[in-house]
Design a protein around this ligand. Structure first.
Ligand SMILES: *[C@@H]1O[C@H](CO)[C@@H](O)[C@H](O)[C@H]1NC(C)=O
Ligand SMILES: *[C@@H]1O[C@H](CO)[C@@H](O)[C@H](O)[C@H]1NC(C)=O
Ligand SMILES: *[C@@H]1O[C@H](CO)[C@@H](O)[C@H](O)[C@H]1NC(C)=O
Ligand SMILES: *[C@@H]1O[C@H](CO)[C@@H](O)[C@H](O)[C@H]1NC(C)=O
Ligand SMILES: *[C@@H]1O[C@H](CO)[C@@H](O)[C@H](O)[C@H]1NC(C)=O
Length: 756
């Protein structure tokens, strides 16, 4: 009896999570708590501690809420208990239930750097980190600008012997000898024959795998860097840095040069990585406007995929324009970028006691204490030396009247001590450059500051720098710069696949580069640098893929990608649809974020996967309007074209209409096969949210698996009237009975690429 009831409640909870998440909830009244429980009180009727905790949470639901409280985690290692979003009333009820030990508010302010591991809920107690042994012995090959081997992220403390299957080497070169590799950085090679071939007289300025740009050091430490205590960017984001897979091995393949960037070098690096025996390739670059058969990443990644190596790539930084995405390659993982729940702050205190949290990354502890505050309407343009010529040594207000960076420039040439900039332009919050003391406040707070400056006879202001807040909401949001689908190189597969943290990601940097400025002349360097781009989101996904490979060594690249996609979260930390900064904070579509924000602990146990073999990808290529030679450029003629099929077994759906079919009623049927990767028999029922104006039929609507690794097929048919030029989207979710597994695929109806 008890079990039956629990099952029902579980389903109700799932439906709430998945299908009602985009409604506006009264969850401002709930906050997150960590609850310790005494497991010896668990009634025998419960199959597991998860069931018990979920039932405990359901039973405290207060009637004033339309929706129930939300379980965040269950814990069964470091301690017994769970974390959940609860109201005060619900917590009080819970405190009276049997087995309750204690509860406290979840921390919203922490001091841990790269912090993204925490934002992604990776933790030592439960989930993907312990299940994969932190990526132990998984090898990540990074195709990039080289590496700074002395970076603290490449210390090999705590690492064991290099896996014997490793065939790579540490290639000697300029300022780089073989002893610079170790148990963490297990390989380093460089490829510049392409650069030299184009320009035989070229002098390569750093002729080795040593990084002279910083990009490769950043991406590789994000994916697989070791623990570094006390990392920060001039006091911001202070804490312990680490890669997503801190016990994985990293091998660097330098293919990008100050002297040029050529496809041939990229191909060579990728090929060598596969030959050396990497498990995952991370490649934060892409080629724009090239067909698949001329795209070196598409070509080299096909060979990698055949060998079981997942290639994780960046979507590009050409957003928010539609159809700008690169690496829209059916056999790779394509990663979009989102924001993080972190804020680099300056605390502004006014003489009347008001305290306002502003944004700043000014790289020093400037002393701005009880200085006069000045608001002069003309001067607040802050847009020329002339306007600011009479400015006193005070804190002045710069209104939202021009570009932030030029205001910063003119302020730094004036007499002004510090500035309060009023703006909410997204450009400000993705840059680490802040060359003069000041804070950015939003227009609402700006009005408060101006009112005080005007009304007080002796207005004063103080600013405290080097503050970092985490837990900000809503997060994540799709970064405006993140490139959007549909993929010009093959629009028939929905791209990007997923979103990962990409904005102001702190990771290792080369020590002799200028990463910050004070005024217009003082250049600062730093071992850690917070920078933004899909280049930063890609290695997050690569590191997570390495963890999944560690936990499931038998999974194919398609299975790893499927697990990441079908468990990704389309909701943000307020439980509303993820917003898109590029469209003024409207709800993001899958053309911007793919299936949603990557959720690593859920990806560990996805329930079902959509697998695909090299032959399946070859069948897809055969269905494209390519010549046999063009196909062979990718497949190396290893596959015949007996079966042409554009219907790849992909964990997402996109249907396109053209200028010709616009206005008509269209129909498309997709065939899909899912593999049960759960431990036992399982039954899944489908739940569809049809894109607006469409009708969707799924057959059958229930899938019953008798055992692990069994496959079942279904069809999804979509009927819709193409209405120019709107993108509509929905989802298809397989929900496991008596379990928390949900297997979600976005469905998109979009105009074809040439209609944008
Ligand atoms: C390798 O390079 C490091 C650092 O430049 C140097 O300390 C070391 O002596 C070199 N080792 C050999 C064998 O050349
Ligand atoms: C405001 O600034 C302008 C331009 O610098 C200056 O001419 C004017 O005198 C200032 N007004 C006050 C009230 O200080
Ligand atoms: C297919 O390719 C041929 C030859 O390259 C070209 O003439 C034709 O227009 C293409 N068809 C489509 C639908 O792209
Ligand atoms: C083509 O498809 C059929 C039916 O799906 C299958 O039996 C056959 O093995 C396939 N042939 C090749 C070469 O993949
Ligand atoms: C679509 O068709 C309309 C009329 O048939 C035409 O005016 C328009 O230029 C076409 N647009 C594109 C992108 O081909």
């Amino acid at each position: 009896m008890g079990l039956v009831k629990v099952s029902f409640l579980l389903c109700a909870w799932l439906f709430f999570m998945v299908f009602h998440g985009s409604l506006t909830l009264a969850d401002d009244e709930r906050s997150s708590y960590i609850v310790h429980m005494d497991k010896s009180f668990m009634p025998k009727a419960f199959a597991s501690h998860e069931h018990w905790y979920m039932s405990a949470i359901e039973s405290v639901k207060s009637t004033s809420h339309a929706y129930g409280p939300t379980l965040i985690y269950t814990y069964d290692n470091a301690f017994h208990g769970f974390s959940a979003l609860l109201s005060k009333n619900e917590l009080q009820t819970l405190e009276k239930s049997s087995g309750f030990v204690s509860a406290y508010s979840d921390r919203t302010v922490t001091l841990d750097t790269t912090h993204t591991f925490e934002f992604l809920s990776l933790n030592p107690a439960t989930g993907l980190w312990p299940a994969s042994n932190y990526g132990k012995d998984v090898i990540i090959g990074v195709i990039d600008t080289g590496v700074w081997p002395e970076s603290a992220s490449y210390k090999d403390d705590g690492m064991t012997a290099v896996p014997s299957r490793w065939k790579g080497t540490c290639e000697e070169g300029q300022e780089f000898n073989a002893s610079l590799c170790n148990l963490k950085l297990i390989g380093a090679r460089y490829f510049n024959k392409g650069v030299i071939a184009k320009n035989p007289d070229v002098k390569i300025s750093m002729n080795s795998a040593r990084d002279s740009m910083g990009h490769g050091t950043h991406t590789s430490s994000t994916a697989g860097g070791n623990y570094v205590e006390g990392a920060s960017f001039f006091g911001y984001a202070l804490g312990t840095a680490r890669g997503m897979a801190p016990r994985s091995r990293v091998a660097m393949y330098k293919v990008l040069w100050d002297e040029g960037r050529y496809a041939s070098d990229v191909l060579a690096g990728m090929d060598q990585a596969v030959a050396d025996g990497v498990d995952i390739i991370s490649i934060s670059m892409g080629f724009d406007d090239v067909p698949l058969y001329e795209d070196p990443i598409a070509i080299a990644s096909f060979g990698a995929m055949e060998k079981g190596v997942l290639v994780s790539s960046s979507a590009g930084n050409e957003g928010p324009r539609t159809a700008t995405l690169h690496n829209g390659i059916p056999w790779v993982l394509t990663v979009a970028a989102g924001s993080i729940d972190r804020y680099f702050a300056g605390t502004l205190s006014l003489g009347n006691g008001l305290v306002i949290t502003g944004w700043t990354v000014f790289p020093a502890r400037a002393k701005i204490r009880n200085l006069p505050l000045l608001y002069n309407k003309t001067m607040s343009l802050c847009d020329s030396d002339e306007v600011l010529s009479g400015a006193p040594s005070a804190v002045i207000v710069c209104s939202d009247t021009g570009s932030f960076s030029s205001q910063l420039y003119y302020i730094s040439r004036s007499n002004v001590a510090a500035a309060i900039f009023i703006t909410d332009s997204p450009d400000v919050f993705k840059s680490q450059l802040f060359s003069y003391p000041g804070v950015v406040v939003n227009p609402k707070d700006g009005a408060v500051v101006i009112k005080y400056a005007r009304s007080s006879s002796e207005p004063l202001a103080s600013i405290k720098f080097q503050q970092t807040f985490v837990g900000t909401k809503p997060a994540p949001a799709v970064a405006d710069y993140s490139s959007r689908g549909p993929s010009p190189s093959y629009p028939g597969i929905l791209k990007p696949d997923i979103m990962a943290p990409g904005t102001l990601v702190l990771a290792s940097w080369i020590p002799y580069d200028s990463v910050a400025y004070i005024g217009n002349n003082i250049e600062l360097s730093s071992d850690f640098n917070p920078i933004s781009g899909t280049s930063m989101s890609c290695p997050h996904a690569s590191g997570l893929a390495a963890l999944l490979k560690g936990a499931h060594p038998d999974w194919s690249p398609a299975a790893i990608r499927s697990a990441m996609m079908t468990t990704a979260n389309p909701l943000d930390n307020t439980h509303n649809s993820i917003q898109d900064i590029g469209t003024g904070f409207k709800s993001a579509t899958p053309l911007a974020m793919g299936s949603g924000h990557v959720d690593p602990n859920r990806a560990l146990n996805p329930g079902l996967v959509y697998d695909a073999t090299a032959q399946d990808y070859a069948n897809l290529l055969c269905s494209m309007n390519f010549t046999q030679n063009q196909i062979n450029a990718i497949t190396r003629a290893s596959y015949n074209c007996m079966n042409k099929s554009s219907d790849l077994n992909y964990p997402s759906f996109i249907t396109l209409y053209t200028n010709q079919t616009s206005g008509r009623t269209l129909q498309q049927t997709f065939y899909r096969t899912v593999t049960n990767v759960g431990d036992a028999a399982a039954t899944y029922k489908v739940k569809v949210t049809a894109p607006k104006g469409s009708i969707i039929t799924v057959l059958p609507d229930t899938l019953m698996f008798q055992k692990k690794n069994e496959k079942k097929s279904y069809t999804m048919t979509i009927n819709f009237k193409a209405v120019t030029p709107a993108v509509t989207h929905g989802s298809l979710v397989w929900i496991e009975k008596n379990s928390k597994n949900t297997v979600r695929s976005p469905i998109v109806i979009s105009p074809a690429v040439d209609m944008w």
